[in-house]
Each structure stands twice: as C-alpha cells, then as structure tokens.
Design a protein around this ligand. Sequence first.
Ligand code: ZN
Length: 332
Amino acid sequence: MKPKDFFHSVGWGIAIAALILTVFEAGQITWERWLERKEQINRKAIETAFDRRIFVFPPKSQPLPPDYAVFVLCYHDFSDNPQKWSITPQRLEAHLQTLKALGFTFLTVSEAVDLLSGRWRNSLPKRAVVITVDDGFQSAYTVLFPLLKRYGAKATLFVYTDWVGKRRGALTWEQLREMVQSGLVEVASHTVTHPYPRRLKRSLSYQQYRNRIKWELEQSKKELEQRLGIKVSGVAYPGGQVDGTMKSLAKRAGYLWAAVINPEPMTVGFDRYAIPRYGVSSDTTVAMLKTWVTKQPIQLARFGGRGKKATKTGEADAISVNLPSMARNSRR
Ligand SMILES: [Zn+2]
C-alpha cells in the first residue's frame, strides 16, 4: 500500500468512527429524553388522579333538605339550687329524656358543622340536637357526663382555661381528659379569662382591645391542645356576643367555627363564626324546650325567658316525666 492510500484509509476510518460515535451519543440523548418524558407523563397522570380524588370530586355527602335544622342548646351549670343560668340535675335528665323520646340524635358542634356543610358521611339523623355547656363548672363531669353515657348522648364543652383546676367547683384537667377520651365530649375554647367584650371596650383603645382578644383566642386554643392532646376546632365568645373584630380574629387564630347565644336553629347556610344557640336558664322547662326544638311559635322561647304562666305549664310537663334514675343524680 502506498503511504498516500494508507493515510486515505485511516482518514476514512476516523471519519466513520466519529460518525458512529455521534450517532450513538445522539441516540443515548434521545433515549434519555424519551425516558424522562415518559416519567413526566406518568407523574402528571398520578397527580391528576390525586387532584381529582381530593379536590375535584369531594367525598359523597348526604343531600340535605333545604329546611333541615340542628338545635344547639347552651347550658352552664347543674345544681340543686339553680341560679339564673343553671338548672337542676333532674331537669337536665328530663331534657335529655324528652329529646331522646322525640327521636333526636345528639351531635357535637363540630359534627353539626360538618353535617350542615355537606361533609357528613353517616346516615342523616331525622332530627339533630347539640348540647353545649359553657364555662367549665364541675357539674359537667359529676352530673352531665354520667347522663351522656346513660342516654348515649354527646356534648361540646366550652371552657376558659384560666379557671380549669383552679377553683372549687371548676373542672380539672384530668376530668376533661377523661371526658375527651370517652368520645362523648368535645372540648372547645371559651377564651382564657372570660372577658366581656363590652366591658373591655369601655376601658381599652381599639388596638388594645384587638390585641387582648387575639391573645385570649390564641392562648386558650394552644393551652387546651397542649394539655388535652386534641385539636380545638371552635370557640364560644364570652357572654355569647360577637363583633366583627372577634369574628375575624377567631378565624385567624385557626378556629373553624364559633358560637354565640341567639335563640335560632342552625340551618343550611349558617354563619360559621356566629353559630346560634338557645340559652338554657332556670326558666327553661321541658315544655319550653319542646317548643324550641319542634319549631313551634317561639313566644315562650325568647332568650332570657319570661312569663310565669309558661313556667307553670312547663313544670307540670317536667313533673309528668317520671325518671327512675333521678334520685341518683340529684346529688352533686
Ligand atoms: Zn361563659
């Protein structure tokens, strides 16, 4: 072979090798790209399916009749010598028995919120009622709790944290823990010190008022959650009153709902940060309770209860309910 031909052949060899390498490299790149693209497509499909499941198709819920209502009752204390905002243990039992006889299902406030927001996946109760108890009196444990067990009822307790375990007649953290663990009791906030907004406004500037309410709402939620190991969803404003500032601060503090005192049923389209409750007082007889929960004319049911005649009628009704377990509950 002539040197010229030799170099010619080597040149061609190099050129062909370079071409093969280039083609191979390009092939590699294309293959990787193709795999990457395939993975992207897969990922997208999974995400889309996930989005659909979580966000596009909400969990199936029970269709609610437009006039469906939940009645939320607000109790305070149960005592043999009732004051304005307390009733006797006997009357409490008569209330529970009456509600049971009328076919009511007992829910917590959070359950009622879920039900009326279309997030209820159990069968729809024919009638639903919520027992709530404000402040944190020990009678919630000594009187109400045994009755909840006996009647298969539930309740939501609103406690203000500064009072728990500190004074005679107040619930202790152990009692609250036991009730929470029973699954019959939801514990929610009633602030830290139970300040009445109207009184605060008289002595504080707007900014001071705002800061104080913010602290009351945030701190009580934090303490209840830490001490009881629960998630606190709601709050009842002290005195059952609310203003725009409190509503927006409750929302910001992470509450999902808040309760007031206002004698109306909770219906579809309810205001989450002003859930109405019927204030049960020493005047709230069984007859009056029936009037509230069967949506009969409401002249006897106004908040604050007035009218001797109504009370007498109710007493007769309450007495006619003969309860075998009353004697056991009359002791506190
Ligand atoms: Zn209160």
